[in-house]
Design a protein around this ligand. Sequence first.
Ligand code: SF4
Length: 560
Amino acid sequence: MSSLETHTHTHEEGTTEVAGAVPLRSFKPQNKRRVLCAFPRYSYSFGTFNHAFPLMGDVKGFMPPQGILVVTAVIPEEWEVKFVDENIARVKPEEFAWADVVFISGMHIQRNRIHDLTRRAHDAGKVVALGGPSVSSAPEYYPDVDLLHCGEIGDATLRLFQRIDETVERPEQQIIYRTVERLPMSDFPTPAYNRIKVRDYLLGSVQFSSGCPYTCEFCDIPSLYGRNPRLKTPEQVVKELDMLADGGAVSVYFVDDNFIGNPKAAEALLDALIEWQQRPDRDYLVRLACEATLNMAGHTRILEKMQKAGFNNCFFGIETPDPKALKAMKKGQNMRMPILEAIQTVNKYGIEAASGIIMGLDTDTDETPQALMDFADVSQIPIMTVNILYALPNTALYTRLEKDNRVLPAEQAENRDSNIVFLQPYEKVVKAWQKVIAHVFDAENLYKRYAYNAQYVYPNRIKPKNPAAQATWSNISRALGIFRRILWRVGVCSDYRKLFWKMMWHELKQGNIECIFQVAMVAHHLITYARECTQGKMQSSNYSIRRVEEERESEALAAA
Ligand code: SF4
């Protein structure tokens, strides 16, 4: 197949889910193949916690990559497979040489790294197939890749496998496979966790649902994954949690776009999770976290169940505390109750709120930076990630701005962190962003917010019945190693050590050992990363394609 093969369906219109209609899992190839599944490194961000890794000792990456682990699990068993996550280790030349075909998957924030991996695979003479959210949303970003897999796992995956079975020659022209019939999530295999070392990662990851019923102007999730969330069964999720917990995960993040996208289904899952946590062999040893919309605060029964299921953290896309701005971006679900009241409500159930904030909105004024800094202080949210707005393809925002000629073409956006012509000058927006970051992650301000959470939020969490069961030799020695590194790097070497010691004595007196570890590690990352941002070393948007990390990366590689 060397012709350009495309379907004209848009994702939403052309995508259906028909149980059993995609004979993907029964596909029997005729030829032996060697498939290298490679996952590109993430650009650093507030949310990657990379500065906490050296404190952990053995941790090298943030979370196991869900999507490509599922793809790895559906590859026909007749084919040999190698899996490499470049967040853990770089693909070696001999691994490229071994492969017949290289599968890559990634998000927009990995765009530069996807190109780098493709180039290295091509240098080794290998055909490259790319799937995942970024290419599904913007195939035009990847003219260099041979085979594009757009959409979720489904009939496109089957046709891709058939093509690879036929030939592993690079096609003369790019071929695009677009999913029309998706594999139902209840038919998804368990992600190939057997190919990773869970302890290499800061958190375990699980996906329960895909899609979100809301239509925030800047977000591409509804157009990519639909507004009617699709679901795995609670049994699938519990099986995955068992594998992650047995592999040594102590925290697991639900990567769903919106954990309560289908509140009824979320409740049914929570019942299964409560049962799982209450099993004597689990006993709340695994802390859970997720992302959701702020209207969760109005779902009392869900909150009660989340508390019982051991959910400690939830990331909310608060975006802005300004009601006018929320209305303009069509995020009415954040206004069902006053935002501060909503945060205090979830806090009562032991859930620490984390939040995303966007700057560069059309509604921003000269007062916006101060309003955001005040919001951080009064909301007591420790992890408040702040980014400037970026227009993603397949969003209403993109369409609106494009009409007004306010989306810059790629060549003009290359040296900026956003492709938008803001109403305020770009430099002013970035300066305001730096000012907000500097305040939010000033060590004293951050430790104050953590002190609040330690006093009013963490005590509301369910504790294990038998905490002594955690005290295995391996856990004790790991914890001592982490503690030693925290004492040295934060307690001795940092310029905010006084704040650390004050927090440590306070929590130690109350026996909150876990809190000391958590606050010291996460705060260390946030403070260090924020300083890099204010020094202009990091991008102000996660979607920026400005290459600021290459130099640092070559230094790190040289050091390794
Ligand atoms: S609620 Fe979140 S996932 Fe849903 S559309 Fe809005 S930003 Fe996207």
